[in-house]
Design a protein around this ligand. Structure first.
Ligand code: SF4
Ligand code: SF4
Length: 395
């Protein structure tokens, strides 16, 4: 099943479902949800966007604090100035990012995807705008099915105008990391160079298309990380999982003999309705799951309502489910050799880089003029050979 609006009641979602490789894309209408993990996701949206949109406006000693000045071939990072010969630090930064990704993924799965990936963050912002203008999940579904009227057109137009404004601002911000913000502002609205126009529109276009239309398809079909993450998982990696032993057989809790034989899952379908990638977590770990935690936030209040303990869907590990580990056991399995190795390498690289930057001596060049060189205007090759001959340089 690929569309969260089509969850049949009491359907056995533990059975494999055949999905055509070239199946037509069905729009996913994500239901709003509140809870611990959703709050964390929004906290990360705020943090990453305050950093991204805010950094180009910061000043440091009469210049932009963070600037990759392509014309001057310098990278300013507050008090630090890096030159092209310091490209070594860029390589180190990439190595640190890669190791951090390995470490976080081995510990807790797709943390980056669920909370900090630009695709997740911008999709979240665009969906928030959509929900404020078009209403909740059922209103949006109704609106999309309804024929085009003046009111529907104006709602859609408003939504797209706000999306375009956010996208253009994002494109402008990206360019402001390479051309000083004050210069860009002074050049507004028509003084941008060709490259500045190109990159602003290019990045804005990507943002509009990916967060407004493609959304989960980027994670499912385009992102390479979703493909190779499987090799970074092991049975002790924390992942968001449904507990089938506790939940099955699922079904609505009605009074009677049947209710006693049912598991904790009441088959309400909320965990599917809130999933941004439209999957049913009850079918087990799937590569489409970005680990956002929305299904946990949807399921816990249901468990509260029916008087069952929270955590039918929770962060746990394959081993913990199989061997019935306690929370203490799960935590103790985090410090396994692989995690310790990644952590040690990461800490050592960070310390070595910090030490290298702190003790870095910028290149000093003294230009000393040759004492016997005559300075003057270029008067042609004749004059040059005459002077060379006088100085005994011509052979
Ligand atoms: S939200 Fe919880 S109770 Fe409802 S269908 Fe999902 S797992 Fe079952
Ligand atoms: S299954 Fe749960 S954690 Fe995974 S993407 Fe869907 S809502 Fe997020």
């Amino acid at each position: 099943m690929t569309d969260n609006k089509e969850l049949p009641k009491n359907a056995d979602s533990t059975k494999p479902v055949e999905v055509s490789f070239y199946e037509k894309h069905k729009k996913i209408y994500v239901r709003d949800v509140k809870g611990w993990w959703t709050s964390w996701r929004w906290a990360l949206v705020w943090l990453t966007q305050i950093l991204f949109y805010g950094a180009p406006w910061l000043q440091w000693n009469d210049r932009q604090a963070v600037l990759f000045h392509l014309v001057e071939r310098k990278f300013y990072l507050f008090g630090l100035v890096l030159w092209p010969q310091d490209v070594f630090y860029l390589a180190v930064l990439l190595i640190i990012s890669a190791y951090a990704l390995f470490l976080f993924t081995a510990v807790a799965g797709r943390l980056f995807c669920g909370y900090a990936c630009p695709q997740t963050v911008y999709s979240e912002i665009f969906m928030w705008v959509e929900a404020r203008i078009e209403g909740d999940r059922s209103s949006r579904m109704k609106l999309d099915k309804a024929p085009m009227t003046a009111s529907k057109f104006s709602l859609k137009l408003l939504k797209h105008l706000i999306w375009i404004a956010i996208s253009l601002w994002t494109g402008f911000t990206l360019v402001a990391y390479f051309t000083p913000t004050q210069e860009l502002l002074a050049a507004l609205p028509f003084g941008f160079s060709g490259w500045e126009i190109f990159w602003t529109l290019f990045y804005a276009g990507f943002c509009y298309m990916q967060a407004g239309f493609l959304r989960e398809q980027v994670c499912k079909y385009m992102c390479p990380y979703a493909r190779f993450q499987g090799v970074m998982f092991d049975p002790d990696t924390l992942v968001i999982t449904y507990d089938p032993e506790r939940g099955e057989p699922r079904g609505a809790k009605r009074k009677g003999a049947d209710a006693a034989n049912l598991g904790d899952c009441v088959d309400c379908g909320l965990c599917v309705a809130v999933c941004p990638t439209g999957i049913d977590i009850r079918k087990g770990i799937q590569y489409e799951c970005i680990g956002c935690g929305a299904c946990i936030d949807a399921c816990d209040p249901v468990m509260d309502k029916i008087g069952k303990p929270r955590g039918l869907i929770r962060y746990t590990t394959e081993n913990a489910l199989e061997k019935h580990f306690s929370s203490k056991d799960v935590i103790s399995h985090i410090a396994r050799p692989r995690i310790i190795l990644y952590s040690v390498i990461l800490v050592l690289i960070c310390i070595a880089t910090a030490w290298s930057i702190a003790t870095r001596i910028p290149l000093m060049v003294d230009v000393i003029r040759d004492r016997s060189t005559l300075a003057g205007r270029w008067t042609g090759w004749g004059e040059y050979f005459r002077m060379a001959s006088c100085r005994g340089l011509q052979r």
